[in-house]
Design a protein around this ligand. Sequence first.
Ligand SMILES: [Fe+2]
Ligand SMILES: [Fe+2]
Length: 382
Amino acid sequence: MPITGLHHITLVTADAQRNVDFYTRVLGLRLVKTTVNFDDPSTYHLYYADATGTPGSVITFFEWPRAPRGRPGVGGTHHVALRTADRDALLRWKRRLTDLGVKVRGPYDRHYFTSIYFRDPDGTILEIATDGPGLHIDEPTGVPGVAELTPPAALTRGVRDEDTIAAMTWPEPVPTIDAAMTLTRGMHHISATASDLGRTDAFLQGLLGLSLVKRTGNFDDPSMPHWTWGTADARPGSLVTYFGVSAPTAKRAVMGAGQTHHYALAVPDDQAQAEIYERLRGAGVPVSTVQDRVYFRSIYTRDPDGHIVEVATAIPGFLIDEPVETTGRALRLPPWLEAHRARIADGLTPLASPTWPHDGHDASPAHAARVDDAPALIEAGT
Ligand SMILES: [Fe+2]
Ligand SMILES: [Fe+2]
């Protein structure tokens, strides 16, 4: 199967410096590339990732200054989940974020993993999820997604003990991000919203070649179906989930700050990408020609609800134009924009970011405490 997992997710921020502070100093990711939106060179495009920009670890932001807040809904991504090692690491994240003024919900036992939820300064809903126990826990290994499951009742909203969950945290302050906590392991999953999961399955499984690896319900609203696709082994980092919201009153996603612009799936090379391009074309699904993004090459299509989905190559990678020691520190432009460097740089507000490797020690409440509402997880359906 040509798709190897998630490549990156691209969201919208209204304030690049505030965004850099949160994702580097608070969450401990590396600003691995500072460039502009190739389709709108007057604005930043910032890439956060592990040390080298490994596909699957990459979270990117377009800066749209003064953009109004977006809203999740049908045709959009609801949240993105990052991987962490285990429950202790999760509790340390809760303590660290809470001490920095970020409101955190959870830890919630999601049966297949355990999660906390919070928002970035633009209102983006973020989740941190443990790797284990994994999607195979309630289905025979090798054939996940076959059974239509319901969430274990004890884990659902209204049954679980919210007060006990809210009180759980790490007993000591967590000023530094240790190796067990690091979020540079990459994305665990992304969760979007669909109006018809069967139609979405025909797109993700039938055309893109992903496997349907879980069919269950939303643990916060078990009447809402929640399906997961990924590589056949249901590996964290490959998982794309959709909530199914079929009500005619369901609201559509509104693009803006704190919302996902698109998500990107990874293919190893151009040949694998061409296979998917031909499959989409053959099915009459609109798909762009190959776009040169310098660090990867991309084609763009849309899921059945109109959400932009990109298929990006793992090659050539983020170190093609900068050494690993300093990547991300200077403004990089694609060759076709270099002639306009002075004008482009003049229009951008210079950014300050910590040198790499950084330990997150310099995070302060000012880098984090801009959003005062913890996410209501039920809002996938509203
Ligand atoms: Fe992209
Ligand atoms: Fe999630």
